[in-house]
Design a protein around this ligand. Structure first.
Ligand code: AMP
Length: 227
C-alpha cells in the first residue's frame, strides 16, 4: 500500500496527541508532533529552542520557516517510510500550502481528521493535563490519572504541567487557533482531501481512536493513494 498521511486537526487540547499515540501503535506509522519536536529543541538548549521557547510561553505560533523545515526533514526518516500522522501541523495556511506541495511531489494524498471539542471542555482539560518529561506520556488528573499521583506509569518520572497549559496562556493559544489555524481547515477542504470529523469529548480515547480507524478503512484505496 502507498504511504499514509493522516493530518489530525483540531484546537489545542482536542486530543490530537493522545489520538496520535494510540493510532501510531495500531497503524504502525510515525507520529510527527511539531510541538514535541520544538520542546525537544528547547530541552537541548540550542538557539532555535531559545527562540521557540519565548514564543511558546506566550501562546503564539513559531515562525512557519522553522516548523516547515523540521517537518520536511522528519518525514524523510526511516520510521515514516510507511506513513505518518501529523499532530499540530499544519497550523497556518502557509504551512498547509507548503505541505500540499510536499505531499504532491511525493504522490501522497492525505486524509484529514478533524477533532471537534467545545472550548469550555478544552479549558477544563488543559488545566488538568500532566505530561511525563521523559517519555512524553499524557495524563489527565480527572479522566486518565496515573496509578500514583503525579508519577509516570511507564518510567516513574515526576509529571509536569506544560508552561503553556497555564490558564493565562491557554486563552492566547485558543485565539491563535481561531485566527491562524481555523482557516487551514478551509484550505484543506478546498484542496479536495478526504475530510472526517469526530466529536473529541464524548467517548474514551480508545473508542475515539477506533472511530478514526474505521473512517480510515472506509476511505479505501484513497487512503495513502497517489494524488
Ligand atoms: P502543541 O504541543 O501542538 O500544542 O504545540 C505547542 C506550541 O508549540 C504551540 O502553542 C506553538 O507555540 C508551537 N507550535 C507547535 N506546532 C506548531 C506549528 N505547526 N506552527 C507554529 N507553532 C507551532
Amino acid at each position: 500500500m502507498s504511504r499514509l498521511c493522516l493530518i489530525l486537526f483540531g484546537p489545542p487540547g482536542s486530543g490530537k496527541g493522545t489520538q496520535a499515540k494510540l493510532l501510531r501503535q495500531s497503524l504502525g506509522i510515525a507520529h510527527i508532533s511539531t510541538g514535541d519536536m520544538l520542546r525537544e529543541r528547547i530541552a537541548a538548549g540550542d538557539a532555535l529552542g531559545m527562540e521557540a521557547s519565548q514564543i511558546m510561553q506566550s501562546g503564539g505560533l513559531v515562525p512557519d520557516s522553522i516548523v516547515n523545515r523540521m517537518v520536511e526533514d522528519r518525514i524523510e526518516q526511516a520510521d515514516a517510510a510507511k506513513g505518518f500522522i501529523l499532530d499540530g501541523y499544519p497550523r497556518t495556511v502557509d504551512q498547509a500550502r507548503l505541505l500540499a506541495e510536499l505531499l504532491r511531489s511525493k504522490g501522497i494524498r492525505p486524509l484529514v481528521m478533524h477533532l471537534k471539542v467545545d472550548y469550555n471542555v478544552i479549558i477544563a482539560r488543559l488545566s488538568g493535563r500532566r505530561q511525563c518529561p521523559t517519555c512524553g506520556a499524557l495524563y489527565s488528573v480527572t479522566s486518565n490519572a496515573p496509578s500514583v499521583s503525579e508519577v509516570c506509569d511507564y518510567d516513574g518520572s515526576k509529571l509536569v504541567v506544560r508552561d503553556d497549559d497555564r490558564p493565562e496562556v491557554v486563552g492566547e493559544r485558543l485565539r491563535a487557533y481561531e485566527r491562524q489555524t481555523a482557516p487551514v481547515l478551509e484550505f484543506l477542504k478546498s484542496a479536495g482531501y478526504a475530510m472526517g470529523e469526530v466529536e473529541g469529548a464524548d467517548a474514551s480515547p480508545q473508542a475515539i481512536a477506533r472511530r478514526i480507524e474505521d473512517w480510515i478503512v472506509r476511505q479505501g484505496p484513497r487512503a495513502g493513494g497517489a494524488a
